[in-house]
Every structure is written in structure tokens, then in C-alpha cells.
Design a protein around this ligand. Structure first.
Ligand SMILES: Nc1ncnc2c1ncn2[C@@H]1O[C@H](COP(=O)(O)OP(=O)(O)OP(=O)(O)O)[C@@H](O)[C@H]1O
Ligand SMILES: [Mg+2]
Length: 224
């Protein structure tokens, strides 16, 4: 079983959105996925329970129980465990990092998010876990060029020596698909933003998985 977690010191950067979107996409590709919500706000839990279709297994836990929850998931035959963490000080997310094969630090391309990301990355390095940065809620490219905010963020992140694995734009599909409980069914090739397909493929190659997304069905990708 592979374990992935999303982290950020800054609230609202997109930890839950990225965790849920990855988990749903793995599920679409036929993997047995457990999404573990270790955030007392229970956002993942709320997202998944607002869905209209059955699907992803999601459980809540607290950081003190992560080891045992992971062991149980392994026994139950899950292929992938996705852990959504709170924007709390490191002590609370340390266990999630420790049990993870790969950590995604999620940050918006803003000064405050990047400063917080640098601190989170320092912590990640101390624990010595592999991982990468996802820039989220970014302004879109124009004429094939990154927006100035994204260019600046990329430059600032170079100093952290943690690779940037993806840039996700601010798009309605990331918000509404989860809220309406629709996009899991339509989240296949041709239905999800290319930037997310790329992120999904890269994360898989980092953890040694090669899932195949099925063709999209009736639900179309809603552009921003
Ligand atoms: N790429 C995106 N495009 C548009 N909206 C987004 C995107 N990513 C996240 N959001 C929205 O931003 C808000 C915060 O996202 P999310 O809950 O995933 O952040 P979080 O880091 O988990 O927050 P918290 O620290 O409270 O746990 C949500 O309303 C979500 O729908
Ligand atoms: Mg969250």
C-alpha cells in the first residue's frame, strides 16, 4: 500500500481539494483507496458525504491513531492511503509525514503561502520524507506564459530545493465537482483539466504506480 499526504501550514491553500481529487482519481482508475481525514474540521469527510454517488471510502482519525489506522488499511487490502492533514503546527502533522511515502506541500502563489510553505518544507526535510510542491489556485497561463505571480512563486520555491510537481489553476471544477458530488463519475481522460492529469501522472511515477484513467463518461469537464 502507498501512502500520500497533503500538507500546508497555511489554511485554505487546497490540501483537502488536492487530497480528495487525487483519491477520487485513483479510485476512478480502479485502485482501492482510503481517504483519511486527520483534520478536526473534517473537510474531506464533509466533501465526500455531500456526494450523491457512492464511492470512495473515507474515515476520520486523529494524529495519535494514524499508525494503527494505516496498519488496519493495509490489512484491509487498500492500494492507496491518502491522508488529508490540518493546517496545524508541525507536531500534529508529523505523524502523517512519517507514515507517508510521498508528501505534497500545497501552496498558493502568494507571499504568505510561500513563506509558510518554506517552513513546512524545512520540517519535511528534517523528517527526511520525499515530496514535492503543488502550486494551487494559480492564475492561468496567458499565451503559453506563466502569470507573473506564478513566475515569482517558482523562483522563490527554487530556494527550498523541493521540486515543483504541478501547478493547478483556480477553477470552478475543483470546487463544484466536489460540492455537487459529480466529478468522480466524469473524472477520466478528457474530462479533467490537463494540469491535474499531469500532476496525477507525476505523483504516480514518484510512488511507482501506473494506473490508467478510464475514458470520460457522460459528465463533462466544466471550464472556468
Ligand atoms: N484550484 C482551485 N480552484 C478553485 N478553488 C479551489 C482550488 N483549490 C481549492 N479551492 C477552494 O479553496 C477553498 C479551500 O480549499 P481546501 O479546503 O481544499 O483548503 P485546505 O488547505 O484544505 O483548507 P484548511 O486549511 O481549512 O483545511 C475551498 O473552498 C476550495 O473549494
Ligand atoms: Mg482542509
Amino acid at each position: 500500500m502507498k501512502t500520500i499526504c497533503t500538507m500546508a501550514r497555511k489554511g485554505g491553500s487546497g490540501k483537502t481539494t488536492v487530497a480528495v481529487a487525487l483519491a477520487l482519481t485513483w479510485q476512478r482508475s480502479g485502485k482501492r483507496v482510503l481517504l483519511l481525514d486527520s483534520d478536526p474540521q473534517r473537510s474531506s469527510w464533509a466533501y465526500l458525504h455531500s456526494r450523491t454517488q457512492p464511492g470512495l471510502d473515507v474515515r476520520t482519525t486523529v494524529s495519535g491513531k494514524l499508525f494503527t489506522t494505516k496498519a488496519a488499511a493495509e490489512r484491509e487490502g487498500y492500494d492507496i492511503l491518502v491522508v488529508d492533514t490540518p493546517a496545524h503546527p508541525e507536531a500534529d502533522v508529523s505523524v502523517a509525514l512519517t507514515i507517508s511515502d510521498y508528501v505534497l506541500v500545497v501552496a498558493r502563489p502568494t507571499f504568505l503561502d510561500l513563506a509558510a510553505a518554506a517552513q513546512a518544507i524545512g520540517h519535511l526535510n528534517q523528517i527526511d520524507r520525499p515530496g514535492a510542491i503543488v502550486l494551487n489556485q494559480a492564475p492561468p497561463q496567458r499565451f503559453g506564459e506563466d502569470a507573473p505571480q506564478v513566475r515569482k512563486a517558482k523562483k522563490a520555491l527554487q530556494a527550498t530545493h523541493l521540486p515543483l510537481i504541478g501547478v493547478l489553476c483556480a477553477r470552478r471544477v475543483y470546487q463544484e465537482g466536489l460540492e455537487k458530488g459529480t466529478f468522480a463519475s466524469g473524472w477520466g481522460i478528457g474530462s479533467c483539466p490537463q494540469e491535474f492529469e499531469r500532476l496525477f501522472a507525476l505523483v504516480n511515477s514518484k510512488i511507482g504506480l501506473r494506473p490508467v484513467l478510464p475514458a470520460a463518461d457522460s459528465m463533462a469537464f466544466v471550464s472556468p
